[in-house]
Every structure is written in structure tokens, then in C-alpha cells.
Design a protein around this ligand. Sequence first.
Ligand SMILES: NC(=O)c1ccc[n+]([C@@H]2O[C@H](COP(=O)([O-])OP(=O)(O)OC[C@H]3O[C@@H](n4cnc5c(N)ncnc54)[C@H](OP(=O)(O)O)[C@@H]3O)[C@@H](O)[C@H]2O)c1
Length: 299
Amino acid sequence: MSEMTKTTLGGRFTFPGTSLTVQRIGYGAMQLAGPGVWGPPKDPDGAITVLREAVAAGVNHIDTADFYGPHITNQIIRQALHPYPTGLVIITKLGARRPPDKSWQPAISPQDLTEGVHDNLRNLGLDALDIVNYRAMGAIHGPAEGSIAEQVAALADHRRKGLIRHIGLSNVTAAQVAEAQAITDIVCVQNSYNLAQRHDDALIEDLARQGIPYVPFFPLGGFTPLQSSTLSDVAGRLGATPMKVALAWLLHRSPNILLIPGTSSVAHLRENLAAGQLTLSPQVLEELDGIAVTAEVAH
Ligand SMILES: NC(=O)c1ccc[n+]([C@@H]2O[C@H](COP(=O)([O-])OP(=O)(O)OC[C@H]3O[C@@H](n4cnc5c(N)ncnc54)[C@H](OP(=O)(O)O)[C@@H]3O)[C@@H](O)[C@H]2O)c1
């Protein structure tokens, strides 16, 4: 890895209370499964190339789940990268399963969670998982209130047994974060957030005060990539692509934001990693902040 790459992936961040330090720009592996996050990718060699290219460029934070594929994404990660380089942090999730009808169903009983831990260990080829996020199912448009204590306590048991090193949360409310923190240390929170969808602004500030990273999923809009004339205008003026600007905006938004953009394309990967080199002026940031206001009004 060149010195330049090391210093341009957004800088480093250490998960609180851990020895795990990552570059702020990581990689989300969901796009490596087939269409609809189901089955093998159309281009298995391409998927392996994307992962190896990411790690060669200095990425040391990969987000995954054994329910992507299911199993496929973890198996590709293992095929591409095992034995894993020192310092690579693989973060996985529990809380869902994919029945043959390809739907997403909750898998939240203690037995489901135990099976999920062992599926991840087997398919990733690991003895222990660095960080496991408990992913609450929530409602269609985001998290829903309700106790997650039983599930967090079950993960804490696996942590005591040494199968999980640290615990995070995903698709949760501020109240659920507080509930989980009364049970165990929470080292990261992964929720849906991007330029146009900013319901978690207050939660990001609160986590920043505690030194806990906030990891936006759908940073580029997810299944419906971001589209905004303001974003395109700004990108045009800066000589960058809209996606690169959207990621740079997240890096500027708060120092506790870590990125895991997903892509199956090496060209997109390179563009996404280059977002760390893009500095946005206060005027540009203000202009981009206006996108969420417009999106709220349009909604
Ligand atoms: N906790 C959760 O519930 C949850 C939910 C969803 C996702 N996640 C995690 O979050 C990660 C990120 O979310 P995501 O992958 O769903 O969505 P995303 O990163 O917002 O966007 C991915 C989409 O954008 C495209 N894309 C990526 N880079 C691009 C670029 N430079 N230019 C143009 N298009 C680009 C990808 O297509 P190409 O493949 O063609 O580049 C893909 O269609 C996932 O990979 C997953 O690890 C977590």
C-alpha cells in the first residue's frame, strides 16, 4: 500500500474500547451476491477482483452478512482474501434469514442467533468474529421501537464464550442503542443514511460524543442510487462524479462516520475510494445540505 493511499482513505478510526483501527473508507460486500442479493454473482471472478483490489488499495474494513446470498458473499470473501491480512476487520450481522422464496425474515431467537454465529464462522473461515451487528428488522422505511434486549444479551453470551469479539447494532433507534448499552459495550451503529435521507442526524451527534462510529448503509442511495440536480451540478463544478461527492459529503458530515459503499465494479470501487481526497468547501457543504431539505419537502 502506498503512503498516499494510506493517508487518503479518509484517515483512521479506532472502534471504542477495542484494538481495531480502520480506514474511514471501507467496503460493503452486499453487491457481490447475485441479483436481489440472492445466489452467486454473474461474474464470480469480478467479485474476487473487487475484494482483492479494495484490500490492495488499503481498505481494512469489510461489511458483510451470511444472509447475503445466503452464504455466498461470505464464501466469496473467504475465497478472495483468506488467510486474511493482519489488520483486516470483517464486520457481519445477525438477525435475518433468507428462505427459498428469497424474502428477508427475522432470525432473532437465541437458537437462530447461535446458528448465525456458526454460519458466519464457517463461511468466513474464522475462529472468532471481530464485530457482529445485531440487525433489528424494523419497519419497511427504517427502524421500529421495541426491545432488543434478549438478542443483545444472546450476543453478549457469545462474546463471553469468545466467538464474538465486539458487538454493534444496525437498523436501530436511539432508545434501542441506550437499551443495548445497558447490557454490553456497543462499538458501532449501522443505519440507513445519506445526503437525501437524514433521519439520524441527532443520533450521529450523540454517538460522536461517545466516540462510537456511525456507519451509514445505503450511502449512495442503495437499490435506488441517489439522483439530485444539485448533486450533479456540484459534481460538475468540482470535476468529480456525483457518487464521489456524496461519499465526500458523508466524510465531512461527522468525524465518526465510516463508509462502506457497495459495488461489484472495480471502476466504481476506485471512484469511491478516491472520495477521501475530495475537500468540500463550507459553501458547497451548505448547498449539499439543502438536498435533504428538498427531499423532505418532496416527500
Ligand atoms: N444493515 C443493513 O441493514 C444494511 C442494508 C443494506 C446494506 N448494508 C451494507 O451497506 C453496504 C452499502 O449499501 P449498498 O451496497 O446497499 O448501497 P450503496 O453503497 O448506497 O449503493 C450501491 C449501489 O450503487 C452503485 N454504485 C456504487 N458505487 C458507484 C459509483 N461510484 N458510481 C455509480 N454507481 C455506484 C452500485 O452498483 P455497482 O455494483 O454497479 O457499482 C449499487 O447499485 C452494503 O454493501 C452492505 O454491506 C447494510
